[in-house]
Design a binder for this molecule. Structure first.
Ligand SMILES: Cc1cc2nc3c(=O)[nH]c(=O)nc-3n(C[C@H](O)[C@H](O)[C@H](O)COP(=O)(O)O)c2cc1C
Ligand code: SF4
Length: 688
């Protein structure tokens, strides 16, 4: 946890150029500074290459030279360059060296065939332990030619996947070098970043990356892709169902143990962070000093609960989590709807909140009966810089753990270490945090855009709010009764607060959005109420999303019949626009998650939609200090994202991925996004 160390002197004389999350080295905790200067020692590293015409061998020699040149930071006691045809495959089962594979692909007989066949055999032989290669730490870089289309670099992809499936720890994502492009430059970049990664001692730890991300109920990063789960050799009973054999039970027990150990470590870190946050109170970090210091918002019990759900807690009242779209983007499998609507790339996005507490007990958020509530802030207040540093550090840590997940693209993995967007929309009410304005300013100083979502219970706070890139209001219902049932607000005058918030939004003169969830046969009939609410707040955009169903029963009487088809969402949006008159139109869509973007017609410039954002322009405008409007930082919506385009809002550069053996998977894909939240929201709407 990157905490402000009150003991660190900061006299401005530091000449450091390196930084963590934009933080001067002097502001880093002592142990972190020490960690960075410790030289990493590696007992043994093998560069294993497979080459027919010599390229992979030359690259191997180059890598060896670069590793030797990096001796200031890494000591490798034994460094070998090995031709794969000379490597004894069985040695891999007991291999303790770090192995870097540089492998060229041939669709004809080649030097890699023997190794590939051997690895494939042990991968699919049910008698072989699924953790047979657990002692191995490895990285693969493929050499091929994109002119071979679907066969481009397939050998390296398969080997990278099978090694992982056999329990080996991937210490850096798969590289892919193309003879059809600048293959050498691509390799140099991969090698440079791989060596950088080796500087970090932790990079060589055996990491159970997948466990961390299975615990939050979201999509688990499965290794059994279409191809492997198709394989009858492992589908012993032919049912397609996953079988848990003795080895798998052992593996599962190991996973649970590792997850538990991780959580224990995090709890320990939390206590230390809390102690540090306490110490920082009253320092010049801008924390409110009080004689009788109020208590922390996140109690140890709440911390435990939230950690189990995959949150990382920062300080005493903030949280950060990796969303499933960030993972999906890292693997080139598509971005969230905000990519189609506003040009956000999900692997550059951090989802966080500076306040886990809120003034509502929304049914879709309150299911764990844990989140703190209040109409007034009555907890300790952490410093905004402390929160941002902590959120970024935790976000990067979570990204780092994903490097071992199959399919993670090396370029995206690297890009993900520069956060460009912040979704202030996790749980809680970000606007509740007393220093929200300073927090948002800090984001902009880091060139991070701000997408802030509020539940519309604090109209004064909305009025006082600094400019953000996009300001959202959740419109959970169209009537007083509906809102009461769904949001279960603490304020008696919740409806008046809600309406006043919408009016405050209208006065902002900035880029604003209503977020609306649609449930068939329930709020689809409430058109007139929504028209009234839109007229009141005059948002720049209205995001309409069909409710999704994940089979969650709860107190819900929601069935699949309540889940609208994409064309029904379109129909609703069309009717809403018709009723609103000429001012609004359907602008963009993301059919993948049943979402439509309605925009004010002003955003259609010379017949072309401009719902995207020119982020650099936004930062320029913010830094200029001059007043500006929502029209000053628009960018053109790409053709594939415009409503009605054939691609349905799915970026053609991405690979659409459907998991196997789950027929409902494609239909339920979107359900994983809003899953329980939306189902419970729907239940409440239904009973409203
Ligand atoms: C006969 C032949 C078949 C090839 N087949 C593939 C292929 O299926 N997929 C691919 O990505 N590249 C293919 N390539 C391209 C090579 O993998 C690429 O040129 C690579 O850089 C060669 O590395 P090397 O010099 O280490 O052998 C092929 C090249 C040749 C000459
Ligand atoms: S905007 Fe939301 S869903 Fe999209 S990547 Fe960011 S956190 Fe994930």
């Amino acid at each position: 946890m990157l905490a402000i160390d009150p003991d660190a002197s900061n006299d401005g004389s530091c000449a450091c150029t390196g930084s963590v999350g934009g933080t001067c080295c002097k502001e880093q905790p002592q142990e972190q500074q020490e960690q960075e200067i410790v030289k990493n020692e590696i007992e043994s590293l093998k560069i294993i290459y497979s080459s027919l015409t010599g390229t992979a061998k030359t690259f191997g020699e180059e890598l060896k030279r670069q590793l030797l040149a990096a001796e200031k930071n890494i000591t490798i006691k034994e460094l070998e360059l090995v031709d794969i045809t000379e490597y004894d495959n069985d040695d891999l089962l007991t291999e303790t060296s770090v192995c870097v594979f540089l492998l060229s692909t041939y669709n004809v007989e080649g030097p890699l065939d023997w190794f590939t066949k051997w690895l494939r055999d042990i991968r699919y032989d049910w008698r072989v332990d699924r953790l047979a290669l657990q002692k191995l730490r490895y990285a693969v870089c493929g050499l091929g030619d994109s002119a071979y289309g679907d066969e481009f670099n397939v050998a390296s992809q398969q080997i990278d996947k099978w090694l992982g499936q056999l329990g080996a720890t991937r210490i850096y994502p798969l590289g892919s070098c193309d003879k059809n492009a600048d293959q050498k430059a691509q390799f140099d970049e991969w090698a440079r970043q791989f060596i950088n990664e080796l500087h970090d001692k932790q990079s060589l730890e055996f990491s159970p990356a997948k466990i961390e991300y299975g615990s939050d109920g979201e999509e688990e990063d499965e290794e059994d892709t279409e191809e492997s789960s198709n394989n009858k050799e492992i589908d012993v009973d032919g049912s397609g169902d996953e079988m848990l054999d003795v080895e798998d039970m052992g593996k599962m027990a190991g996973k649970l143990k590792a997850a538990k150990a991780n959580r224990a470590r995090e709890e320990q870190e939390f206590e230390t962070a809390q102690a540090k946050a306490k110490r920082s109170i009253g320092t010049d970090e801008g924390v409110v000093k009080k004689a009788n210091q109020p208590r922390a918002m996140v109690s140890p019990m709440l911390h435990k609960n939230l950690t189990k759900q995959g949150y990382k807690i920062v300080g005493t009242h903030s949280g950060v989590k990796i969303c499933r779209w960030t993972k999906s983007a890292l693997r080139g499998r598509g971005f969230c709807y905000k990519h189609s609507f506003y040009g956000i790339q999900s692997h550059l996005c951090m989802e966080t909140t500076p306040s886990l507490a809120c003034a509502n007990k929304c049914v879709f958020c309150w299911r764990h009966h844990t989140n703190p509530v209040g109409t007034k802030w009555r907890w300790q207040v952490d410093d905004p810089k402390f929160i941002l540093d902590g959120a970024m550090e935790n976000h990067y840590k979570m990204i780092k753990q994903l490097k071992g997940v199959p399919g993670v693209k090396a370029d995206r993995f690297q890009e993900a270490f520069t956060i460009r967007h912040c979704a202030l929309s996790l749980v809680g009410e970000p606007i509740f945090y007393p220093h929200i304005n300073e927090f948002v300013k800090l984001l902009h100083e880091h060139n991070i855009s701000s997408f802030l979502v509020t539940n519309a219970q604090f109209p004064d706070k909305i009025a006082e709010m600094e400019l953000v890139t996009q300001l959202y209001v959740s419109i959970d219902a169209g009537t007083r009764e509906g809102l009461k049932k769904i949001d279960r607000p603490l304020f008696r005058d919740f409806w008046e607060r809600f309406l006043d918030s919408l009016e405050a939004l209208a006065d902002k003169g900035q880029r604003t959005v209503y977020r609306l969830t649609l449930v068939k046969d329930h709020n689809t009939e409430e058109l007139d109420n929504y028209v009234e609410l839109v007229r009141r707040g005059r948002p720049s955009f209205i995001e309409v999303k069909g409710v999704t169903y994940c089979g969650y029963s709860g107190a819900s009487n929601l069935t699949m019949a309540n889940v609208p088809y994409h064309h029904e969402v379109v129909d609703f949006c069309q009717k809403l626009c018709d009723k609103l008159g000429n001012g609004y139109e359907l602008a963009a869509e993301h059919a993948h998650s049943c979402s439509i973007l309605i925009a004010k017609s002003d955003f259609k410039i010379n017949g072309e939609w401009h719902t995207h954002i020119d982020y650099n322009k936004f930062f320029e405008l913010i830094k200029s200090g001059e007043p500006f409007t929502d029209m000053d930082y628009v960018a053109k919506t790409p053709d594939w994202a415009v409503y009605g385009a054939e691609a349905g809002g799915f970026d053609p550069e991405e690979t659409r991925f459907y998991r196997k053996n789950r027929k409902a998977e494609a239909a339920a894909e979107a359900a994983k996004t809003a899953a329980t939240v939306a189902a419970e929201k729907a239940a409440a709407i239904a009973s409203a």
